[in-house]
Design a protein around this ligand. Structure first.
Ligand code: SAH
Ligand code: F3S
Length: 494
């Protein structure tokens, strides 16, 4: 049996695509190996959102080309966004690449590998499936093991749309992922139902602008009203919650302009919908937002966030919803004053997680016409100030949780001990706080939603233990069968 290995770079979309590649490869009879040395096929699933990510690929390819000398017949595949962006160029550069495959062509991988093995020439296959978009699921590979034979993940992604119709001037995604295509709602609901039946406890709906959703079947309703940014996403969330009420539900990444009254209402209404939104804002300055073509002003962003917070007040005085964001520093023309406005927005909203990046020039993007005039040193300075502020906000938020109770979905064993405290398991709360648990109940806790009391806070997480009620509940339950639920779900409200 031929062996393969996949190395994944970049965002959650790529992680999800790599999972699908595993299924397609295993369905075609390939077996996964951990070590590169033993692999007959090496697939690099690449990211090109910033130049640094692309540089990583170049150095990886250099290493692999050298390694290829000792492995005649090894096939090197470049997949993902760099594949889509560079196409033929990747074959012509003497990089030792045999196959270049775009994000929409994953299903064709076994066939293309077969052609190569039968003496075919290196190939590029980067065609968007515009006419008949396909959305690979865990049931997607024709001869993959049947769902019942595979273990369920506690938390998993479900694609609802792909591509992006926005034209943010810095962003290469519309080029690498193509225009927006939406998945029919019946397919989404069927996948969600299947996952819930197999024991998955949390689903994250995934898309580049996930909340612009429109059902190609016309089964979801767009709320009537004046707001031009309303989509059918709120109806989709309601339908998913109805289909699988025991699931915890998240989505990523929304565009702020579609954080509309109906989506806010869905947050207030659906107990399984998490109380956390990752809402990329990019900048706090209207001047910069305009040059980025983000299609909202700072005031509009703040108003929508305020409406969300108002709709989700909690009863114990802790925040009813938490927000995280993406920021770009040093966008062309960003002045000190613009940057100060970004800092003030981060503080005003009280983001508890900030993913910040130095602006990086990307091919095919409109911002290339603007002068990249903020020096690298200045970008580094701004990034450091921003991180200092956001780390402080996160730590402060987590410290306010000490003594409060949370509901946590236990996702697995804790990766590393926290300063002096031996945590055994970790998971996330409805507000997406990372919670480490000190408990010796063992694997039976994994995949359960349990109520905990927060004892200590760290920089990025908290340490907690089960409440006496949760301990009593755990004691009463029968030992867990593989895949079976043990502790009953607690009510969703924090
Ligand atoms: N809507 C997508 C955005 C993908 S890009 C999603 O979140 O799913 C992820 C983030 O990378 C963006 O929010 C932006 O903050 C950052 N980014 C994109 N292009 C960039 C560039 N040219 N330079 C620096 N950061 C960039
Ligand atoms: Fe990129 Fe803007 Fe779309 S950040 S993915 S063009 S919403």
């Amino acid at each position: 049996m031929k062996s393969y290995r996949i190395a994944t770079f970049g965002c959650q979309m790529n992680v999800h695509d790599s999972d699908r590649m595993h299924e397609v490869m295993q369905g075609a009879g390939f077996s996964e190996v951990e070590a590169e040395e033993g692999a007959d096929v090496i697939i690099l699933n690449t990211c090109s959102v910033r130049e640094k990510a692309e540089q990583k690929l170049r150095s990886e390819l250099g290493k692999l080309r050298q390694g290829k000398a000792g492995h005649p017949g090894r096939v090197l595949v470049v997949a993902g966004c760099v594949a889509q962006q560079e196409g033929e160029k990747l074959l012509s550069r003497g990089l030792g690449v045999d196959l270049v495959i775009g994000p929409d062509n994953i299903r064709e991988l076994p066939l293309l590998l077969h052609d190569l093995a039968s003496g075919g020439l290196p190939t590029v296959r980067t065609v968007f499936d515009l006419d008949a978009p396909q959305f690979l699921t865990s049931y997607g590979a024709p001869s993959a093991p049947s769902p019942s034979e595979r273990p369920s993940a506690v938390s998993t992604f479900v694609t609802t749309m792909k591509g992006c119709n926005e034209r943010c001037t810095f962003c290469i995604v519309p080029t690498t992922r193509g225009p927006e295509r939406y998945r029919p709602s019946d397919e989404i609901l069927a996948e969600v139902r299947g996952l819930a039946e197999r024991g998955t406890r949390e689903v994250t709906l995934l898309g580049q602008t996930v909340n612009s959703y429109t059902d190609p079947l016309g089964c979801m309703e767009k709320p009537s009203g004046a707001d031009p940014d309303e989509s059918e996403f709120a109806a989709l969330l309601r339908a998913v919650s109805k289909e699988a009420p025991s699931l915890r539900l998240r989505y990523t990444s929304p565009h702020p302009r579609h954080l509309t009254p109906s989506l806010i209402a869905a947050h207030a209404e659906l107990p399984g919908l998490c109380r956390h939104v990752h809402l990329p804002v990019q900048s706090g300055s209207d001047r910069v937002l305009k040059r980025m073509l983000r299609r909202y002003t700072r005031a509009e962003f703040e108003a929508r966030v305020a409406a969300l917070k108002a709709a989700m007040k909690s009863q114990d005085g802790t925040p009813g919803v938490t927000l995280s964001t993406d920021i770009i520093v040093g966008f062309p023309g960003e002045t000190d004053e613009d940057f100060e406005q970004t800092l003030s927005l981060i503080e005003a909203v009280g983001f508890v997680g900030v993913f910040a990046f130095k602006y990086s020039e990307r091919p095919f993007t409109p911002a290339l016409k603007l002068k990249n005039d903020v020096s690298e040193e200045e970008k580094s300075r701004r990034l450091a100030r921003l991180f200092a502020l956001s780390e402080g906000l996160t730590a402060k938020h987590l410290s306010t949780l000490v003594g409060s109770e949370l509901e946590v979905l236990i996702e697995g064993r804790a990766k590393k001990p926290q300063a002096g405290a031996e945590a055994t398991f970790s998971g996330r709360s409805f507000r997406n706080e990372i919670v480490h648990l000190q408990d010796d109940r063992g694997e039976q806790l994994v995949g359960e939603v349990v109520r905990v009391r927060v004892e200590r806070s760290f920089k990025h997480s908290v340490l907690a233990s089960l409440t006496p009620e949760a301990v009593a509940q755990a004691g009463r339950s029968a030992p867990k069968e593989r895949g079976a639920r043990r502790l009953p779900m607690l009510s969703a409200a924090d």
